[in-house]
Design a protein around this ligand. Structure first.
Ligand code: NAD
Length: 560
């Protein structure tokens, strides 16, 4: 594209191996992870420093990138680099326990926290959009999406009182960049799934990349395939080309007539942006032209179709299916389209994820700085041995070992909770110290975690005490991680759901095999998920209170 032409063909890839050029592993790890985020295997548009999620960037511009890399190589083990929205702005003398890098991305004062204001300031070169893990240098490619989706469907199975999804049929829409993880996430959980997309090329791409088993343009044939798989208790994913607003209604009629039973219904069409949702009655070929010819008219038609789409979803719920919103704002858009019962079904966080957040469980991830996939294989074994009683976790690690193709530095993700994560961190540190692993391990997480985000349309939707928009929690999380020995800590605004709608924090630690690293790992990886339990205790969740009591988390007003 034109952007690639303007910046040339610069290719960034992290150095591999156990030799460092920086003066500490904290600084070396930050440098390698920044570079890894921009690896062409990892980033969506590396030439523009865009990692993922719209315009989520790793650094403000190439000059800032070069200055960050140079500064990290020169940084003393008792110094800290400050990064303001992707630009290195200062180096200060701190101490060995302090983070090597402190990052603040995309933050704006409340009344100014709008997309137009943000874009104006971005245009002036004063800020950048950091998303969640783009600007905090701990994105690991599509494995993160797949695992989160897998974990959600595993939680759906549990909420249905099942061990897995074998014998169930899921209906969903949207096989795009993120939605395309749904079919594989369902089959990894043992279920059958029908996924609807208007764009045949998306379904073909998912088949090519191993995320979807097969697709067809014939709904009848697709339904025959998935119902047979459901009846046989087999895992199978089938795509069908069609408009979800129509297909969902059609399948609902058959469900009501007793021709088939759909157990689970959700959707990941790009409903958050009405111009990216194809209304019924607009031909696929005319989509772009129609949307740009009359954006307002198109928006009204898209919302009208979303109203039908969501009405069918509510119909499935009324007919006994498990139905949830998968974070694409389709309920709000359908309501704007005139369907009043749009919020009859819940969002995925309150429905399935919050009970996990109450235990401090969230997306723990790690990366082998050696670049050796064998190091990840060994850590997979170690984590399975540590948590062998957790069947879902063991199943995920086995399946990920087979199904996940590494992008950039080899990495792994799995959900662990309070009083669990530090055990993995300490084990990895021992394995580095003993030479069993061929280089240090970087340990981080998504900002979508138990104690690190305030986001009223997603992670903190419908909190029990109404505290959805309280953003003190992620700030306390970042401060505590800084005080506990993290290698880098970040505070962002707007990730996931857009400017004005979230505040969130990230932390990364490094297992370099030293005793000091062990002390830091133990504190950070205990305290960080501990803030998730604390936040949910404060909001009144009983499970969080139990966890705090059982696992010894000190909350001064626990019994108040
Ligand atoms: P995308 O734009 O890559 O894909 C969207 C897909 O929807 C496209 O393939 C498009 O052809 C299809 N589509 C549009 N209108 C349709 C219609 N009427 N019927 C059938 N298919 C239609 O987007 P993505 O990255 O896959 O994300 C999808 C949505 O899910 C977004 O709204 C995103 O914000 C949301 N999302 C939420 C979470 C979360 O909350 N955890 C995670 C991932 C994605």
């Amino acid at each position: 594209g034109p952007a690639a032409a303007s910046t040339g063909t610069r290719v960034v890839r992290a150095p591999r191996g156990s030799e460092r050029t920086a003066k500490s592993w904290g600084a070396e790890a930050a440098k390698r992870m920044l570079m890894n985020n921009l690896d062409p295997e990892v980033a969506e548009h590396p030439e523009d420093l865009v990692v993922y999620g719209g315009t989520g960037r790793a650094a403000r511009n190439w000059a800032a990138f070069d200055a960050i890399v140079r500064t990290l190589d020169e940084l003393e083990p008792d110094e800290t680099l400050l990064v303001q929205s992707g630009k290195p702005v200062g180096v200060f003398r701190t101490h060995e326990w302090a983070p090597r890098v402190l990052i603040a991305n995309s933050n704006l004062v409340g009344d100014w926290a709008t997309w137009p204001e943000f874009r104006k300031l971005e245009e002036l070169g004063l800020t950048m959009y950091g998303q969640m893990t783009a600007g905090s240098w701990i994105y690991i490619g599509t494995q993160g999406i797949l695992q989160g989706t897998y974990e959600t469907f595993a939680a759906v199975a549990r909420s249905l009182g099942r061990e897995d999804l074998a014998g169930t049929l899921t209906l969903t829409g949207g096989a795009g960049g993120m939605g395309g993880a749904q079919p594989l996430a369902v089959t990894l959980n043992g279920g059958a799934v029908l996924i609807v997309d208007v764009d045949e090329s998306r379904l073909a791409r998912r088949v090519e990349h191993g995320y979807l088993d097969e697709y067809t343009t014939d709904l009848e044939a697709a339904l025959a395939r998935v119902t047979a798989a459901k009846d046989a208790g087999e895992a199978l994913s089938v795509g069908v080309v069609g408009n979800a607003a129509e297909v969902f209604g059609d399948v609902l009629l058959r469900h009501r007539a007793g021709e088939l039973t759909v157990d689970i219904v959700t959707d990941q069409t790009s409903a958050h942006d009405p111009l990216a949702y194809l209304p019924v009655g607009v031909a696929f070929e005319d989509w772009k032209a129609e949307a740009s010819r009359d954006p307002e008219g198109f928006t009204a038609r898209a919302r009208g179709s979303m109203a039908k789409h969501v009405a069918a979803m509510v119909g499935f719920q009324d007919a006994g299916a498990e139905v949830f919103d998968y974070g694409n704002s389709i309920r709000a858009e359908a309501q704007l389209g005139g369907f009043e019962r749009a919020f009859a079904f819940p969002g995925f966080v309150p429905a399935y994820i919050r009970p996990q957040f109450a235990e401090g469980r969230g997306p723990f991830r790690w990366v082998a700085l050696s670049g050796d996939p064998e190091d990840i294989r060994k850590t997979d074994q170690a984590v399975k041995a540590l948590f062998r009683d957790n069947a879902g976790l063991v199943r995920w690690l086995d399946k990920a070992g087979d199904a996940v193709h590494f992008e950039g530095l080899p990495a792994r993700i799995c959900w662990l909770g309070y009083q669990e994560r530090h055990l993995a961190g300490l084990k990895f540190n021992e394995m580095v110290a003993s030479g069993e692993l061929s280089g240090p391990i970087v340990i981080g997480r998504d900002h979508l975690d138990a104690g690190s985000v305030a986001s009223p349309y997603r992670e903190t939707e419908a909190m029990a005490d109404g505290s959805d928009a309280i953003a003190d929690w992620p700030l306390l999380n970042a401060l505590l991680n800084t005080a506990s020995g993290a290698a880098w800590v970040s505070i962002h605004h707007g990730g996931g759901v857009g400017i004005g709608r979230s505040i969130h924090a990230g932390q990364v630690t490094v297992a370099d095999g030293t005793p000091l690293a062990a002390e830091k790992l133990e504190r950070v990886l205990t305290n960080d998920p501990g803030t998730g339990v604390m936040r949910h205790v404060d909001a009144g969740y009983d499970r969080a209170k139990e966890v705090a009591r059982e696992r010894g988390l000190q909350v001064p007003m626990l019994d108040a």
